[in-house]
Design a protein around this ligand. Structure first.
Ligand SMILES: NC(=O)c1ccc[n+]([C@@H]2O[C@H](COP(=O)([O-])OP(=O)(O)OC[C@H]3O[C@@H](n4cnc5c(N)ncnc54)[C@H](O)[C@@H]3O)[C@@H](O)[C@H]2O)c1
Ligand SMILES: [Zn+2]
Length: 250
C-alpha cells in the first residue's frame, strides 16, 4: 500500500503500527537517498552523480589501474563534500530507533559514514567506507577522518592504496553480505529508506525479510521496485518522513 506524506501528516494504518510496536528485531536498509538532505548527491537519476561522470573511469578496478591519480582526485572531492555534510533527521531518527528494539541493525549501501556520526552503533556497511583506504598487495587498511592530502596515497609497502569501497563489478565484503542476509531473515520489521533497490544483492534484502515473515516499510520520494513487495510505501523525503513515522510508533 502506498501513502503520501502531505504537509507533515502521515496516515499510518493501525495494523502496521501494531506490528511495528510488537516487533523485537528490526533493521533499516538505507541507500543514498537517506543522505540526500545532508547535501550528499545520489548516484542515479537526472541530478545523480553518474549522469555527470563516467563510472567506468571512476568506479571500477580497471579505471583505477589506468589512472589512480584521477580516481583519487575524484574521491578526495567526495571526501571534502562528505566532511562538510551533517547527519540529517533521518539518520538521527534511525539512531534513536536502535535503543527501542531488542535487536537492531542498519544495513547501508552508503559509504559516507553519516550513520555512525548520527550515533548508530550496529552498522553493516555493504559497500565499504570512503574514510578507509586499503592496500591490495598486503591487505593493510587505514582509516582517516580527513580528506587525503597526498595523491595517490601510498601504503608503507610502496603500493598505491585504494579507497575501501565496492566498485562496479566487485563482490561485496563477504562478512557484511552474510550478516546483512541474516539480519534480513530475522527482522520482524525492515525499513527501506532512500534506496532505488536496483543494486544486487542489497536489493534482495527486503525480499528476504518479506519472505521470512517480516514487515517491510519503505520510505522514498518515488515508487521503486521494492514498492510492490512492501507492506507500506511512504512517498516523501526521508528527513521529513522518518521523525514523524517514528513519533507515531515510539
Ligand atoms: N551517500 C553515499 O554514501 C552515497 C552517495 C551516492 C551513491 N552511493 C552509492 O550508490 C549506490 C546505490 O544505490 P542507492 O540505491 O543507494 O542510490 P540511488 O542513487 O540508486 O537511489 C537513491 C534513491 O533515493 C531516493 N531519494 C532521493 N532523495 C530522497 C530523499 N530525500 N528521501 C528519500 N528518498 C530519496 C531516490 O528516489 C532513489 O530511489 C551504492 O552503491 C552506494 O554505495 C553512496
Ligand atoms: Zn601495502
Amino acid at each position: 500500500m502506498a501513502v503520501s506524506f502531505e504537509r507533515g501528516r502521515l496516515e499510518l494504518p493501525v495494523s502496521i503500527r501494531e506490528r511495528i510496536q510488537a516487533a523485537k528485531t528490526a533493521s533499516v536498509l538505507t541507500g543514498s537517498g537517506v543522505s540526500a538532505e545532508s547535501g550528499v548527491p545520489t548516484f542515479r537519476g537526472a541530478d545523480g552523480v553518474w549522469s555527470k561522470y563516467d563510472w567506468r573511469v571512476l568506479a571500477t578496478r580497471e579505471g583505477f589501474r589506468k589512472d589512480p591519480r584521477l580516481v583519487w582526485e575524484w574521491y578526495q572531492l567526495r571526501q571534502i563534500e562528505i566532511a562538510k555534510a551533517k547527519p540529517n533527521a533521518a539518520h538521527e531518527t534511525i539512531a534513536d530507533m536502535e535503543r527501542h528494539f531488542g535487536s537492531f541493525a542498519v544495513l547501508t549501501q552508503n559509504i559516507d559514514g553519516l550513520h555512525a556520526r548520527a550515533g548508530s552503533k550496529r552498522i553493516v556497511e555493504l559497500h565499504g567506507n570512503i574514510w578507509r583506504m586499503r592496500c591490495e598487495r598486503d591487505g593493510t587498511v587505514i582509516t582517516t577522518d580527513e580528506p587525503v592530502k597526498k595523491i595517490p596515497p601510498l601504503c608503507q609497502c610502496g603500493a598505491i592504496l585504494r579507497p575501501d569501497v565496492v566498485w562496479f563489478g566487485e563482490q561485496l565484503p563477504e562478512t557484511a553480505a552474510k550478516e546483512a542476509s541474516e539480519v534480513a531473515r530475522t527482522s520482524d520489521v525492515m525499513f527501506v529508506v532512500g534506496t532505488s533497490a536496483v543494486v544486487y544483492p542489497a536489493a534482495a534484502l527486503p525480499i528476504i525479510a518479506k519472505n521470512s515473515g517480516g514487515l517491510v516499510v519503505e520510505v522514498n520520494t518515488e515508487p521503486t521496485d521494492i514498492s510492490a513487495h512492501a507492506d507500506l510505501s511512504v512517498i516523501g523525503r526521508a528527513g521529513e518522513v522518518m521523525p514523524v513515522l517514528w513519533q507515531l510508533i515510539a
